[in-house]
Design a protein around this ligand. Structure first.
Ligand code: CA
Length: 359
């Protein structure tokens, strides 16, 4: 097929598909009134802003046919019960991250972030062009759920520590708040891992219930005030190189939507992903300077041998989980194959560029 034929054929396909959906949807003329919960604290900057923006966009794009009442974490249900609430359908949607469900669906963690895994652009490449999204839907289907990528933090920070980490031995016995696979990896280094919702972290750190925590990055961590309770701020965020948020939806509720409303949700999710990523990226640099200069935070890089050891532990964790869970194995293999395929390109594109840009 030459290029003109392809364009002609593709164009016809788009017109045909575009004509059918809105007609069927408008014919139904139904208004949906949904509820949405989140794992984020009330008024949480960027995170709750993103949810509010999402709800407004969906209502505007749907001409008012899909109205969503938004609740922050804890307003209707505890933040970490989002999965169950949406599963039961008492609430139709939730904004969260799939690694919060590691205890119930360990294989879902790949759709949020993988330690030493994908950055943002690699993650979206896997999800949209490497079979990742289809796998995500396959994994959530038996739970009566469907999800779409919504929000991304970019590369996170390694976390806040009350004391310096000079060697692997310094990690042993530490109590740290860290979700997902990162927590399993640190457990191998002797860390006592805990998962607390956002609203409870500061107090736990301040009271010494935990010795360390990770959260997101300079902008949001500054607002959370962690510098008042721990002075050492570590990088890089080896455990969260480009964390993807999720919009988790009750599958029966999703199926009840007309095709145009489904497309509206997918488009709004994609736009919020871009909005969230850039909201953090545009603020993190200045916030880091404020933390160091105004709040006396001591910025530290994890020692190379600590990172090397954690990378080694990460492979052990993935292999162990894969050996006991066929679904984990299936998603891990897809992740690994895609990583193998894209890494040589990353080495001569992003990595080479960054090395040279920094001089
Ligand atoms: Ca984090």
């Amino acid at each position: 097929m030459d290029r003109r034929d392809f364009l002609k054929t593709a164009g016809v396909g788009i017109v045909a598909a575009g004509a059918a959906a809105p007609t069927a949807a408008l014919a139904k003329g139904k208004t949906y009134n949904w509820r949405m919960t989140t794992t984020w604290p009330p008024k949480s900057p960027v995170l709750m802003d993103a949810c509010e923006l999402f709800v407004k966009k969906v209502e505007t794009m749907s001409g008012g046919r899909l109205k969503v009442q938004l609740f922050a974490g804890g307003e209707l249900i505890p933040p970490l019960q989002t999965f169950e609430a949406v599963q039961q359908g008492t609430i139709q949607m939730g904004s969260s991250a799939s690694y919060y469900w590691a205890g119930k669906v360990p294989e879902a963690q790949f759709f949020s972030t993988v330690p030493f895994g994908f950055n943002f652009q690699q993650m979206v490449a896997w999800l949209y062009h490497g079979g990742g999204l289809e796998l995500w839907h396959e994994i959530y289907a038996p739970h009566g759920l469907i999800a779409f990528p919504m929000f991304n933090t970019g590369v996170q920070m390694g976390g806040w520590f009350r004391k310096e980490i000079k060697s692997l031995a310094d990690l042993k016995g530490l109590k740290m708040r860290i979700p997902g696979l990162g927590g399993k990896i640190l457990a191998k280094a002797g860390v006592n891992v805990t998962l607390l919702p956002a609203a409870e972290i500061y107090q736990a750190l301040e009271r010494g219930v935990i010795d360390a925590t990770e959260w997101i990055g300079p902008f949001h961590d500054n607002i959370m005030g962690f510098y008042q309770a721990a002075k050492y701020y570590y990088y890089p965020g080896w455990h969260e190189p480009g964390t993807m948020g999720e919009l988790i939806i009750n599958k029966a509720a999703w199926d009840s939507l007309t095709p145009d409303l489904q497309e509206i949700i997918k488009c709004a999710c994609a736009e919020i992903t871009l909005w969230g990523l850039t909201a953090f990226e545009s603020r993190n640099g200045a916030a880091l300077q404020e933390l160091i200069q105004k709040h006396g935070v001591k910025l530290r890089k994890f020692p190379k041998d600590v990172l090397d050891q954690l990378r080694k532990f990460s492979k052990e964790v993935y292999e162990e989980e894969a050996a006991k869970n066929p679904k984990f194995k299936k998603v891990y293999e897809s992740f690994l194959a895609f990583q193998k395929k894209i890494t040589p390109w990353a080495a001569i594109s992003e990595k080479a560029f960054y090395d040279e840009m920094m001089g």
